[in-house]
Design a protein around this ligand. Structure first.
Ligand code: SF4
Ligand code: SF4
Ligand code: SF4
Length: 275
């Protein structure tokens, strides 16, 4: 990558988020959005800059900066349920705030541009799972992806039942749902990682958010592409991909194409710089 590009791309990323920050700040008359999206934009820009400098842990830096901010600051301190249950909750109350904006930007419309970048750079569940020892899956992928539809339906039914039963003190319940939900995700994620010898088993089989992420990321503008004239079909990219993507196939229908989290491990490790 040229020196100028290494600086220009992070600046562009920060600028895009700054525009979102200012538009939401002014339209919602809430300065929180200015702070929130500026922080996320700067974290992403820093990560991109470090990636350009070939710093090995660039992605992990962003993941920890954004993930900890969302989990600790927004979730625990501000008591905003940013999980999928929080999304249903705000959707049912008709409030376009916090979790609904977060889902719209990061998980529903954003993936049309940056695919599953959320999963690679910001998710606080994966932030912990990526510390586990199976960064490269040790076993072939299983056909358990259907489980995600069950967890997706359960999250919807849980929140819908709270409304239908007219349960009181919903704000408090959603806060505790955030804590218990996260603990459950971590516990299941860690167990699955060891059972399947794959850090990302939870992402592949269980995570309900992928029901939004996968179809939208099919159309993603930003994708890893393969230069067939350079590729020697050594298979290394597929072997080391944490999500089992067949990245040498440039079609949108490539195997596990909607699973790519843009971690760039394949790009870094291709011996022919074909990606
Ligand atoms: S699949 Fe789910 S748990 Fe995994 S990184 Fe994406 S949002 Fe997080
Ligand atoms: S690692 Fe590079 S050269 Fe090897 S198969 Fe993948 S793209 Fe081709
Ligand atoms: S290794 Fe490559 S294909 Fe696999 S998830 Fe990362 S960027 Fe996507």
């Amino acid at each position: 990558m040229k020196q100028s590009k290494k600086v220009l791309i992070p600046i562009m990323m920060a600028a895009i988020f700054e525009i979102i920050a200012i538009v939401l700040w002014l339209s919602k008359d809430n300065i929180f959005y200015l702070f929130n999206f500026t922080y996320i934009g700067l974290s992403l820009a820093l990560g991109m800059y470090l990636f350009g400098k070939e710093y090995r842990y660039a992605r992990r830096v962003v993941q920890l900066l954004v993930g900890m901010y969302m989990l600790v600051y927004l979730g625990l301190i501000c008591q905003e349920n940013m999980q999928i249950e929080g999304f249903w909750y705000y959707l049912f109350t008709g409030v376009f705030e916090a979790a609904t904006i977060h889902y719209a930007v990061a998980k529903i419309f954003g993936p049309l541009i940056f695919g599953r970048g959320w999963c690679g750079y910001a998710c606080w569940t994966a932030m912990i799972l990526d510390f586990l020892p199976y960064k490269i899956p040790q076993e072939p992928r299983k056909n358990y992806g259907w489980v995600r539809y069950i967890t997706f339906a359960l999250s919807f039914v849980f929140v819908a039942a709270l409304f239908l039963c007219h349960v009181g003190n919903l704000e408090k319940i959603m806060f505790w749902a955030f804590i218990v939900g996260n603990l459950l995700y971590y516990a299941i994620g860690i167990i699955l990682a060891f059972v399947f010898k794959d850090n990302r088993a939870f992402c592949k089989y269980v995570c309900p958010v992928t029901v939004f992420l996968k179809p939208m990321s099919y159309f993603s503008l930003i994708r890893v592409k393969c230069d067939k004239t350079k590729c020697i079909s050594c298979g290394k990219c597929k072997r080391i991909c944490p999500m089992n993507v067949d990245v040498t196939d440039n079609s949108r229908k490539r195997i596990n194409g909607t699973e790519c989290i843009l971690c760039m491990e394949c790009v870094k490790n291709c011996p022919k710089k074909a990606l």
